[in-house]
Design a protein around this ligand. Structure first.
Ligand code: NAD
Length: 472
């Protein structure tokens, strides 16, 4: 399978097309080592992950290089690589606390004691997207390994260059290579994972998530789906406008808008609408495309060619229905073979436009005025998505009151898109943005385990209900 370079448009890399049998064998091998991994105990697993962290740090340069080619961006890639070490450390701390409380407990019946146990699923399949290839391949993998599961990861076929490097870091830690493997491949390989694993963590589009959900239901295996979004930001009269504009523009255009948690709709109270829109335009215009120099400019190329068509279609549809572009692009520009989209502020938008309903995944900032809070909340909740959102107000209390009524699992208060960097809070996706337990925060590790209880009689005391039954 030939892979396109997002900066040049040239297909300059290849990945093998793994057969279903190869995937099946890889899964069987990882599964075979899981019992030993589980039995080795959490401290051993923490030790192995710390060794891996060192191996990743040793290959940090190669990893950044591969990811930079995959995504066409530089500084976000450095951030992505450096998050690995911090995530491993954070999860090791969480896992140590998590496994410390397995003592026997009294029950409400005096001669019966209870002891809880956790049984990890044997093999976890992780299927991840192209927008943050490394980060999103690891976000479930690290806690799953610490839980005591084996893990097989299939990153997106759009950004597979980093797989070779990450597999070298895994090979450097033999005890890890028995229980963790990254494989390249497209949707067919993803399907093979669903057919061979015991639990699937899927991050990607809602359309594919629905297919994964269907396939997993046939095998009755649990799935955690982290899907698309159309995150709203609400700006109320009284908010610090300069600061809110900075935060919203950043939340919309970071990573060229290619984040599930990007701000894709902005609702502004009518009394401040004109002033705020002007601020958005000024700030949006300060960003530079990195087309000529990957190290100069904040806006990288649109990574996936098919996404270019979606962004262009949303802009075209909006303009045809009366929207006005105040600054930015009417469509993505081709520069040196890559496609780039400038931060684009769009006004005169309505909720029947694709731009206000469907995930755009580009640095587009549509802005709409509202009169009352009630109206703002209705508009914010007016899509099929419910991932996250943002509220800016004069006080934290006012912002939280509005935020509490937004359909979404993570609401940034007086900032935008904070889940990008803050992974400690627990959250669920609402509506078509996903299903399943939180992937962030301490309880996320529990998703990889089934609960078991031992109901213990320590003495041969005859149970009163047994006697009662014999008497009848
Ligand atoms: P996608 O759904 O096209 O692909 C995601 C992954 O699924 C890829 O690895 C792909 O090969 C695999 N796949 C495709 N068909 C499959 C099938 N039938 N069975 C199993 N696997 C299959 O998504 P994408 O375009 O790579 O990523 C962008 C999407 O991801 C956006 O919608 C974005 O919002 C979403 N996303 C969500 C989150 C979140 O946390 N909610 C985070 C990042 C991205």
């Amino acid at each position: 399978m030939k892979i396109r370079n997002p900066r040049t448009g040239i297909y300059d890399y290849e990945i093998p097309d793994l057969s279903d049998e190869v995937v099946e064998h890889r899964c069987a091998a990882l599964r075979m080592h899981q019992t030993e991994w589980k039995k080795s105990g959490v401290e051993n697993r923490i030790g192995v992950l710390q060794e891996w962290k060192a191996a990743v740090m040793e290959k940090r340069g190669d990893l950044i290089e591969a990811l930079s080619i995959d995504t066409g961006r530089a500084w976000e890639t450095v951030l992505e690589a450096d998050i690995v070490a911090a995530s491993i450390d954070r999860w090791c701390g969480i896992a140590r606390n998590f496994f410390s409380g397995e003592a026997k407990k009294d029950s409400s019946i005096p001669f019966i004691k209870l002891q809880q146990a956790l049984v990890p699923f044997e093999l976890i399949g992780v299927i991840s997207p192209w927008n943050f290839p490394l980060l999103l391949s690891l976000i479930d993998t690290i806690p799953a390994l610490l839980a005591g599961s084996s893990v097989i990861v299939k990153p997106s076929e759009v950004t597979p260059r980093f797989i070779e490097v990450i597999n070298k870091t895994i090979d450097a830690v033999p005890r890890l290579s028995n229980v963790l493997s990254y494989i390249p491949g497209d949707g067919r390989v993803g399907t093979a994972l669903v057919n061979n694993c015991d639990l699937i963590c899927f991050t990607g589009s809602t359309a594919t998530g629905q297919k994964v959900y269907d396939a997993a239901s046939k095998r009755m295996i649990p799935v955690f789906l982290e899907l698309g979004g159309k995150d709203p930001a609400i700006v109320l009269e009284g908010a610090n406008l300069e600061y809110a504009a900075d935060s919203i523009v950043w939340g919309s255009v970071a990573n060229a808008g290619q984040s599930c948690l990007s701000i894709e709709r902005v609702y502004v109270q009518d009394t401040i609408y004109d002033a705020f829109t002007q601020l958005l335009v000024k700030k949006a215009e300060s960003f530079i495309l990195n087309a000529d120099n990957i190290h100069h400019g904040e806006i990288g190329p649109i990574i996936f060619e098919k996404q270019v068509a979606i962004i262009n279609d949303h802009l075209r549809d909006a303009v045809e229905q009366g929207a006005e572009i105040l600054t930015g692009s009417t469509k993505c520009e081709e520069i040196n073979g890559g496609y780039y989209c400038r931060p684009t502020v769009v006004v005169n938008v309505t909720h029947n436009m694709k731009l206000m309903q469907e995930e755009t995944f580009g640095p587009i900032i549509p802005v709409m005025p509202f009169e009352t809070k009630e109206e703002a909340i209705t508009l914010a909740n007016g899509t099929v998505y419910g991932l996250s959102g943002a509220v800016f107000a004069a006080t934290v209390e006012e912002a939280m009151e509005v935020g509490s009524r937004i359909d979404g699992g993570a609401i940034s208060i007086n900032d935008a898109a904070l889940t990008a960097i803050m992974h400690e809070g627990e959250k669920n996706s609402f509506k078509l943005s996903g299903i399943g337990g939180t992937r962030m925060g301490p309880s996320a590790i529990k998703r990889f385990m089934r609960q078991k209880v031992f109901i213990i009689k320590e003495q041969p005391i005859v149970s009163p209900w047994t006697v009662a039954r014999y008497r009848v």
